[in-house]
Design a protein around this ligand. Structure first.
Ligand code: ATP
Length: 241
C-alpha cells in the first residue's frame, strides 16, 4: 500500500489556547479515515493544517513524502480540499465555476475541458454544466465542491463535514460518491455523526479537546453516542453530539 499522508506530532495553538495537540496519523491510498468529535474538538483545525491553509505550531506533515511546510506548492498539488463552506459563486454556471477552479489549480489550458468533464462525470454532474449555481440544491452544491476538489486528480482528498446540512437521500448519494472516489484516492473526512463515519470510513479517529482519544478500525466503534474509550488503562465515557 502507498502511504499518501504521514503526520507526526502535529499541534496548533491559538494564543494560549491549544486547538490541536500531538496528533499522529497515516493514510494509505484506498483508505477513508473519519475524524469524529464534538463541536470545538479540533477537526477543522486539523483539516486546515493538513490542507496547508494553516501553519502548524509544531509537528510535521508529509504528503507523498513531500514536507507540506517546506515544499508547500509541490505537496499541495497532491491534495484536494472541500472546506466546510465551499466558496461557490452563485452567479456562475457550473462549467464557468469549474473553469475558474481549473485556472486556480494551474491546469494547462488544453487539459481543462477533459479535466472538467471527468470531474463532473465522477460527481454525477454530467448534465449540470449550464446550470446556475444559485439554482443547485444543497446536495448538488456539495457535489460541485467535490468536483472542484478532484479537478487536478489529487490522490489525497480532505473533506470537512461533507454531508452537513444534507437531507437523508442527498447524504446517501454523497456517501456513495465518496466511497467511489476512494477507489483511487485516500480520503480524510470530518463528521459529527458516528453512523456516517461507520458507513463510509475504514478507520475512525475521535478528537476531543484537540487530542486523539480513539483511533481504530471503524467496526471497533460502537453505534451509540455514548462511547466508552480506553485511554492509558482508564475507561472514559465520551458524549458525542
Ligand atoms: P466544529 O465541529 O464546531 O466545526 P471543530 O471540531 O471543527 O468544531 P475547530 O473549529 O477546529 O473545532 O476548533 C477547535 C478549537 O480551536 C475551538 O476551541 C476553536 O474555538 C478554536 N479555534 C479554531 N480556529 C480558531 C482561530 N482562528 N482563532 C482562535 N481560536 C480558534
Amino acid at each position: 500500500m502507498e502511504t499518501l499522508l504521514r503526520v507526526t506530532d502535529l499541534s496548533r495553538d491559538f494564543g494560549r489556547h491549544s486547538a490541536l495537540s500531538g496528533v499522529d496519523l497515516c493514510l494509505e491510498r484506498g483508505q477513508v479515515l473519519g475524524l469524529l468529535g464534538p463541536n470545538g474538538a479540533g477537526k477543522t483545525t486539523c483539516l486546515r493544517l493538513l490542507s496547508g491553509l494553516l501553519a502548524p505550531t509544531s509537528g510535521r506533515i508529509e504528503i507523498l513524502g513531500l514536507d507540506l511546510t517546506h515544499r508547500p506548492l509541490a505537496a499541495k498539488r497532491h491534495l484536494g480540499y472541500l472546506p466546510e463552506r465551499p466558496p461557490l459563486h452563485p452567479e456562475l454556471r457550473v462549467d464557468e465555476y469549474l473553469t475558474h477552479c481549473a485556472h486556480l489549480h494551474r491546469l494547462p489550458r488544453r487539459a481543462i475541458p477533459e479535466a472538467i468533464a471527468t470531474a463532473k462525470q465522477r460527481c454525477g454532474l454530467e448534465d449540470q454544466g449550464r446550470r446556475l449555481i444559485a439554482k443547485l440544491s444543497r446536495g448538488y452544491r456539495q457535489r460541485l465542491g467535490l468536483a472542484q476538489a478532484i479537478l487536478h486528480r489529487p490522490p489525497l482528498l480532505i473533506l470537512d463535514e461533507p454531508t452537513e446540512g444534507l437531507d437523508p437521500v442527498q447524504m446517501r448519494e454523497l456517501r456513495r460518491l465518496i466511497r467511489d472516489l476512494a477507489r483511487d484516492s485516500g480520503i480524510i473526512l470530518s463528521s459529527h455523526l458516528l453512523p456516517e463515519v461507520q458507513s463510509v470510513c475504514d478507520r475512525v479517529m475521535i478528537l476531543h479537546q484537540g487530542r486523539v482519544r480513539f483511533d481504530a478500525e471503524t467496526h471497533a466503534a460502537r453505534p451509540t453516542n455514548l462511547w466508552r474509550v480506553r485511554l492509558g488503562g482508564e475507561t472514559h465515557v465520551m458524549h458525542l453530539n
